[in-house]
Design a protein around this ligand. Structure first.
Ligand code: DGY
Length: 320
């Protein structure tokens, strides 16, 4: 039972795989594998456990149609051609739920950091810019009673909405493909059209999947519809916002600020203009990066991998 892991797997997952008798090979080098390297390695594997955003396209599945399964250690699966996987009869699983809290925490951290311009100001101390106490400078904006707009009210969006409501008594509005009546009663959330979400949100947080519908959705025209005091947060996928348009919107004070845990491309280059702008905070895709959450994701991915190896249905299988 050969399993290839595209990075180092947290110990909790590795232990489970080894206890089940798997022969585990991990990619330990600090570089991404090319598609061809991955295809070559997978010729000798039964299951692929993919820990990151490596692209698994139709060509990959065609060349690796012998695989018994692909276990993703992520909730997002926009990097996987699911139709091709299904066509070649390869089950693919993900790791939902276990990362919702940690990812919502990251969004919450970004909201606070941007509302008080914390990261920019911290960097300004290092540049020697803290010379006196000025009661009219360095002012942020408060969150109490403001409106949080959730774009994509799934598990992570709902976690964030609950935090914003509990801590800052924020009003919750959201936009989804369809209203979620259950969450509306639980969170006192209100379903609004996309245009209303843009118009009414003081903080707009993206929690949708990257798809043909959402790719590049947050562009110049969309930022222009938001409040000049609004904060834009994206912890979902960088491809959902247009980075050049966001940079322009921030430069021209079309919106107040932005907090990003995801960028397009990743990694972001160190000379990116967003990194030195006030009221902007960029993190290196650490949404689920806590010891506890990554351990749970590794366990879930390992259990899915073992199920595939044993010809059982993967508990978190995504294919229809
Ligand atoms: C996820 O789980 O989708 C995270 O963004 C890591 O890729």
């Amino acid at each position: 039972m050969n399993v290839f892991v595209t990075r180092l797997l947290p110990a909790e997952g590795l232990t489970i795989l080894q206890a089940a008798g798997c022969n585990v090979r991990q990619h330990e080098e600090k570089r991404e594998l090319s598609k061809q390297e991955l295809i070559d390695i997978c010729q000798h594997q039964d299951v692929l456990l993919s820990t990151g955003p490596i692209k698994l396209d139709a060509d990959f599945f065609k060349n690796c149609s012998h695989l018994k399964g692909v276990a993703l250690m992520s909730v997002g699966y926009d990097n996987v051609d699911m139709a091709a996987a299904t066509h070649y009869g390869i089950p693919v699983s993900n790791t939902p739920d276990v990362l919702s809290r940690a990812t919502a925490d990251t969004a919450f951290l970004l909201i606070l950091a941007v509302s008080r311009n914390a990261f920019f100001m911290s960097r300004s101390i290092a540049k020697g810019d803290w010379v006196f106490y000025d009661p009219t400078a360095n002012l942020g904006i408060e969150l109490y009673g403001k409106t949080i707009g959730i774009f994509g009210m799934g598990r992570i969006g709902a976690e964030l909405a609950a935090k914003c409501k509990a801590v800052y008594q924020m009003n919750v509005i959201y936009h989804n493909r369809k209203p979620n009546v259950h969450l509306e009663s639980e969170l006192g959330a209100r379903y609004v059209s996309f245009n209303e979400l843009l118009k009414q949100s003081d903080v707009l947080s993206v929690h949708a999947n990257l798809s043909t519908e959402t790719e590049g959705l947050f562009n110049h025209a969309v930022f222009k519809k938001m409040k000049p005091s609004a904060i834009f947060i994206n912890t979902a996928r960088g491809g959902i916002h247009n980075e050049a348009d966001l940079t322009e919107a921030l430069k021209n004070n079309v919106i107040w600020g932005a907090g990003l845990d995801v960028t397009q491309p990743e990694p972001m280059q160190s000379n990116n203009a967003l990194l030195s702008m006030p009221r902007v905070c960029v993190l290196p895709h650490i949404g689920s990066a806590t010891v506890e959450t990554r351990g749970k994701m590794a366990v879930m991915a390992a259990e899915n991998a073992i199920a595939a190896l044993q010809n059982r249905r993967m508990p978190q299988v995504l294919n229809p």
